[in-house]
Each structure stands twice: as structure tokens, then as C-alpha cells.
Design a binder for this molecule. Sequence first.
Ligand code: FAD
Ligand code: GLY
Length: 403
Amino acid sequence: MHAPDVVVVGGGLAGLSSAYTLARAGVRVTLVERDAPGSGASGAAAGMLAAQHEPEADGPFYRLCVHSRDLWPELAGDLLAETGVDVELARGGIVSLADTPDAEDHLGLQATWQAAGGQAVRWWTPAAVQAHLPGAAATRGALWAVADGQVEAPRAVQALHLACVRRGVTFHVGTQVLGFQTTGRRVVGVDTTAGPISAGTVVLAAGVWSGALASWLGVRLPMFPVKGQMLALRPDGPGTGPWTARLTPVYGSGCYLVPKRDGRVVVGATAEPEAGFDRRVTVGAVARLGQAAAALIPDLERAPLVATWSGLRPGTPDRLPHLGPLPGWEGVVAATGHFRNGVLLTPVTGQVVADLCTGRTPAVDLQAFDPGRFAFGTAHCADPEVAPCRQAGAVACPYRVQD
Ligand code: FAD
Ligand code: GLY
């Protein structure tokens, strides 16, 4: 058997999308996943394509998000045609409620800079909010990001996995990557629990665990888990409305609500960097999310609770992904650190990785996402949500990215 051209480490959405796009380009791909595809953050995600909600300002990240969101319809169509799996893409926009004076100010500014950049945004009056979300608690209005939307993340995992198999990607599931094979400053394969695998290029798509893998090559790729707990409700009449019929996610100050095609409303999510790698669901988080949901739409208090789960977002100090070659090495590309936006960034991640592995210039400017930006010197962490050193009681940055 010939060695694969590319070995992808990790079977989350970043790895699956990379493998799929590479296979479509005619590249021989092997994907190594230590557990099962989607067992990391990807299977836990709410699935929002919140290009206009998550970025704080105009800039490279915002443009990357909008670009990737606009690639989703084509990817969803291709996956349906190739696998028969519908990822449940909905483009009913995303609504952000102005449920506090601060939220109103923030959303007003957001509407201004996004409209100036050509994105479709609409301001809803309190009456319009009531028309779309019957029974919602009082608000000062809402911002509707018209072109945002959602997919069902576990279905996206399933569709990409199946599409990879159909296109000849070799899967080693239940197989852990233990190290890299190197020749000089070139990575030439991986060592795994099932033996060594040679490759022309290795794609590092191991989610929050990617930082540890990079350290085996002596590369500082700061990453940390930001635990997110979620629950799902199944409202049966009260608590539903046009927003559930159109599958329009709703952000409030204390939580978000994501209506799904099967009638569930997913409520998310906590952001707990202090929890480390502990994925257990806690009663406190479930109670807080339930209360936050009912604070937005009081009727949801009576909705049956049908599921709880959690996942570990791959956080980075500046909230930006690591997308590009690892510094100091040939033959290894990082596709990780997608933090809160790995579903949204699935299509562009695959395209960027395929371009880099086949010697083409990616269509997007990757400078802001250079995995080498923390390799030397100092850098500044974004905020307490993603920077463990900024947590109460912490004394130093465990990732040594600050002075
Ligand atoms: P993962 O999905 O974590 O995959 C990494 C894989 O690598 C895992 O399967 C793991 O088993 C494997 N692996 C690790 N180490 C090894 C090794 N040594 N050998 C072999 N395999 C290995 N994003 C959005 O865009 N929209 C949302 O609405 C959204 N909601 C979210 C809600 C929650 C609660 C959470 C937790 C996340 C959410 N996200 C959302 C973020 C999104 O889920 C992540 O950014 C994305 O899934 C990361 O994908 P990944 O492939 O990089 O990592
Ligand atoms: N993007 C939603 C979350 O990470 O919770």
C-alpha cells in the first residue's frame, strides 16, 4: 500500500472537512481519530452559523466568518447529493435580543458597522420581537442578522464522515496519535497506537488537544479548553412561534436558544475555562441555563427537558483559530483553535487546508491566524472567558504567552 499524501489527526469538523476537501482534490488521505468522529466539541455544538454575532468588530476574523457562512449552502448541497444526509441548513437569520441597556448599545453599534460593510441587518421594535417570539419577556428591540443561520452539527459530522468514506479516505478510529515522525525539520508521518503512518503532510486538527501535540515538535501553540454545557427542551405549543417554525436562533444576555427541525430547542451554553478538561454536566449549569431560557421566554419554564451534554471548545488566547503551517517545520499544517465557531468555519477550514497541502494559495488572507503568532515573544490574551490567567485567583499565564 502507498503512503497517504496527507494524514489528518482528529475526526472533528475541522479534520473531516479537511479530509473531505482534500479527497475531492484527488489527494490520498488517512484520518486518525482516537475515539469516534464527532466525539469532541463538534458533536456537542449548537450548530449556529453566527458570522454576524460572534465577531466583535470588522476585520480578518469577521471576513473569514462571513466567507465561510456563505460557503455552507454549497457544502450542504454537495453533502446531500453525495451521502443523502441533510445537515438541516436553515438560513432564517439569527436574532440578538436587546434585553439590557448594554445589549441595546452593543447591538446598535454592531448594526452600524455591519450595515456599512454591506451585510443585511434589521432592527426589530419591541412589537416586532413579540410577533416573532410570542410571549417573550420585554426587550428594547432586537437585531436580526438576516443571512446568518444554522446547521445540525451531529448531522454535519455524519455527512462529512460518510462523504469522506465514499471518496476513499482511510479511517483509523479508536487510534491515537502518539508522536510525529521527522526527518530534519520535516514532519514525515505520525506514530499511532496502531503503528506508524508515513505522509507527505500531516494536518493537526485535534481540537483542544492540538496544543499538546504541537509541543511534541517544540512548537508553542497555546490552546485551552472552554467547557460548554448545553440542554435541550421540547416545548409543545407554549414557548414556540415563528422563530421555532423558521429555525431562527435567538441570543439573549444569559443564553441562546436554537430551535431544531425535530422540535427541540437547544439552550446554550456555559463558558467555563476553569473546568479544564472535565466534561461532566453539573446541576448548577443546567439550572442556570433553564432559568436563563425562561427569562427570555417565560413559557419555556414548562417545556420538558429532554437532554443535557457538554463539550470542550478549543480556545486560543486571542479567540482566533490557528490556520496555516506550523512554524519551524515543513510538512505540517494546523487547522484548529476554532473556539466558538468551528461549525461556522467548517467549509473555509477544509478549503484552506486543501489549498495549503496542494501548493495553492488560499483565497483568504491567513496572516491573522498564523499558528506562529505565539511562537516567540509575548502576546496579549483577549479576555477572562478564554484566558485562564485572568480568572480570579490565578497568578500566572499557564501558557506563557504574556510577560
Ligand atoms: P473537535 O471536534 O474537538 O475534534 C478534535 C478531535 O481530535 C476529537 O474527536 C479528538 O478525539 C481527536 N483527537 C484529539 N487528540 C487526538 C490524538 N492524539 N489522536 C487522534 N485523535 C485525537 N461552533 C459554531 O460554529 N457554532 C455553534 O453554535 C457552536 N456551539 C458550540 C456549543 C458548545 C457547547 C461547544 C462546546 C462548542 C460549540 N461550537 C460552536 C464550537 C465548535 O464546536 C468547535 O469550534 C469545533 O467543533 C471544533 O472542531 P475541531 O474539529 O477543531 O475539534
Ligand atoms: N458558538 C456557541 C458556543 O460556542 O457556545
